[in-house]
Design a protein. Structure first.
Length: 247
């Protein structure tokens, strides 16, 4: 999962906001017109909370199938979705025991609503699951389950949530790559490479020296952000162009 040394565009947590995703892709296209082609990477959380999870999954799935140089990483919310579809009573080890994917805090009911399954958080789970099996295309589930958990390019490692310090990226546990906060966010020493991640919602992309968080809270009404990583430098890509993102 190593790409040639060229610019990588990393897009934060999408959470069902297809309109925001299209807008960010437009920014990327404009930047590529000025700086040359690059690879576009999405750190996951395609689904939950926002209005059009189905549209986001289909847009990215069709783009990749059509030859777009896009990478979509596996994330905790996307895994919660596919786990529910496999077994509605399954419990993800990264999720608090008092919560389920259909709890309003997680947003699974909104995701199923985008597939035409109404009021999923308020009805018997067996009925909801049966309707979901009939409504959610298998190609969407196959797409989400087959996503890679990390990607290395331009001197950086891209993951959804973060990494366990002291463990090579090839040996990281999927649960950590999709869920980790404690032990990663408070780690101040260098990692094996700059870590670019989402998962933990903040106001704007932030460079911490050893990691860059690009989840700017699209799930909660914030913008969807994209950064450019090129030759070790990081830029926040805005409507006005590239803005250096410094530690």
């Amino acid at each position: 999962m190593q790409t040639p040394n060229r610019q990588t565009y990393a897009i934060g947590d999408i959470h069902g906001h297809l309109d925001l995703l299209r807008g960010v892709h437009d920014l990327v296209a404009e930047d590529m017109a000025r700086h040359g082609a690059g690879q576009v990477l999405h750190v996951g959380d395609l689904v939950d909370r926002g209005p059009d999870s189905r549209g986001v999954v289909e847009y990215l799935r069709q783009g990749i199938a059509g030859g777009q140089d896009w990478i979509v990483l596996k994330s905790n919310h996307d895994r919660l979705f596919t786990m529910f579809m496999d077994d509605p009573l399954a419990s993800d080890p990264g999720l608090r025991s008092d919560l389920s994917w259909l709890h309003p805090k997680l947003g699974g009911g909104v995701t199923l609503g985008s597939y035409g399954v109404p009021n999923a958080s308020d009805r018997p789970i067996a009925k909801v699951h049966a309707e979901a099996l009939a409504a959610v295309p298998q190609e969407h589930l196959d797409f989400l389950t087959s996503r890679p958990t990390w990607h290395r390019a331009n001197g950086a490692i891209f993951v959804h949530a973060g990494v366990r310090p002291g463990i090579a990226i090839e040996d990281q546990a999927e649960d950590d790559l999709l869920w980790i906060r404690k032990g990663f966010l408070d780690h101040e020493a260098p990692f094996e490479a700059l870590i670019v991640h989402g998962h933990t919602a903040i106001e704007a992309p932030t460079h911490y020296g050893n990691r860059v968080n690009i989840d700017s809270s699209a799930a909660y009404g914030g913008p969807l952000s994209v950064v450019v990583v090129e030759d070790g430098a990081v830029f926040h890509l805005t409507a006005q162009g590239r803005v250096p993102l410094l530690p």
